[in-house]
Design a protein around this ligand. Structure first.
Ligand SMILES: [Zn+2]
Ligand SMILES: [Zn+2]
Length: 339
């Protein structure tokens, strides 16, 4: 089958012919219908020592079951799925009490050669972490459940108060997802700050209350306050580049900083600078398996929407070029690979 492989730092991804995966105990093999290219993928190829040569990225997917592993029940060939992209060890104390997300031996699909991702014609997932996709959702919508779950978990981690004043930095897919869930959780004013024109337009189309053009307003906190009459007390960083020092400098006293961007480069800040302002910081990570069911239900009942998140689709053949394009400044939203 065709798959897109990581070769080495600084080299483009490559289309390759590899063996089709086979099912192992507890797993499903699926035909990939759509797989998102994620900011984490773009970061990962630049981190020395993270990816092994031959790794296949791809952890935001929807597919159709083509093979069922030993011991799996409740799944049939042809079922549509998305899944939490991971393989817990199944044996540690966390796994044996069902807290798979806390497994210390967990394999992150797409970032570990032991569990190739879905930049490919076929991939695998654990049946216990897979979710049957509703007939009401397309494959492309189902592939966005994962990033929506990231946004959902970020808002839940922030413990937003009713009417909260929320500023989201960055109108990429995660920023838009966080803004949607912030409204869902009952935030009062939700502002998004962004500098790329096409993303500004998408933020306006999403239901943000105010969209701050970061090219004109270097201090989005001040502009938020000017427009709403109050300071943003919860600030979500959804950019993924080192910026904690800037965040601390701009944050109002007592604010809660929520670092959603999951940057992989070192930060440089002093604890004292944050302490002087009595800041809180939260580092949310991923989601728990039940979030996928919840997100799907909120999508099918119309409580949240994926409108405007996906801007492009590409074939596997065109994926290396698209990956290069996404690694540079660009105005794209979620790009899905449709093998
Ligand atoms: Zn992702
Ligand atoms: Zn475990």
């Amino acid at each position: 089958m065709k798959a897109i492989q990581f070769i080495a730092l600084g080299q483009p991804l490559q289309l390759a012919e590899v063996a089709k995966p086979t099912a192992y105990p507890g797993s499903l093999v699926f035909k990939v219908k759509a797989c998102g290219i994620c900011g984490s993928d773009l970061h990962a190829v630049d981190v020395p020592g993270l990816l092994q040569a031959g790794s296949v990225l791809g952890h935001e997917y929807a597919g159709e079951v083509v093979e069922i592993g030993p011991g799996v029940q409740g799944w049939a060939l042809g079922d549509r799925l998305t899944a939490v992209p991971a393989r817990p060890c199944g044996e540690c104390p966390e796994c044996s009490t069902g807290r798979f997300g806390e497994c210390t031996q967990i394999i992150a699909q797409g970032f570990d050669a032991r569990m190739p991702g879905a930049y490919a014609e076929y991939s695998t997932c654990m049946a216990g972490l897979a979710v049957k996709v509703s007939d009401q959702l397309t494959d492309q919508q189902a592939a966005v459940i994962e990033p929506l779950a990231v946004g959902f978990n970020a808002c839940r981690s922030a413990k937003l108060d009713a009417g909260a004043s929320v500023l989201v930095l960055g109108a990429g897919v995660i920023g838009l997802a966080v803004a949607k869930w912030a409204k869902f959780f009952g935030a009062g004013d939700v502002g998004i700050s962004e500098m790329v024109p096409a993303r500004i337009a998408r933020a306006q189309a999403a239901d943000a209350d105010l969209v701050i053009d970061a090219r004109q307003h270097a201090d989005p906190v001040r502009e938020f306050e000017r427009q709403t009459g109050r300071k943003p007390m919860v600030i979500f960083e959804c950019i993924g580049r080192p910026m904690i020092a800037n965040l601390i400098a701009m944050a109002p006293t007592g604010a809660h900083l929520v670092l959603v961007g999951t940057g992989m480069q070192p930060e440089n800040f002093t604890v004292l600078s944050a302490a002087m302002k009595r800041l809180h910081m939260t580092f949310p990570f991923a989601y728990v398996p039940s979030d996928f069911h919840f997100v799907q239900r909120m999508l099918t009942t119309g409580r949240v929407s994926v409108d405007g998140l996906v801007t492009d689709t590409v074939t596997l053949e065109d994926t290396p070029a698209m990956f290069e394009r996404l690694g540079k400044p660009n105005d794209l939203g979620k790009v899905l690979i449709t093998p």
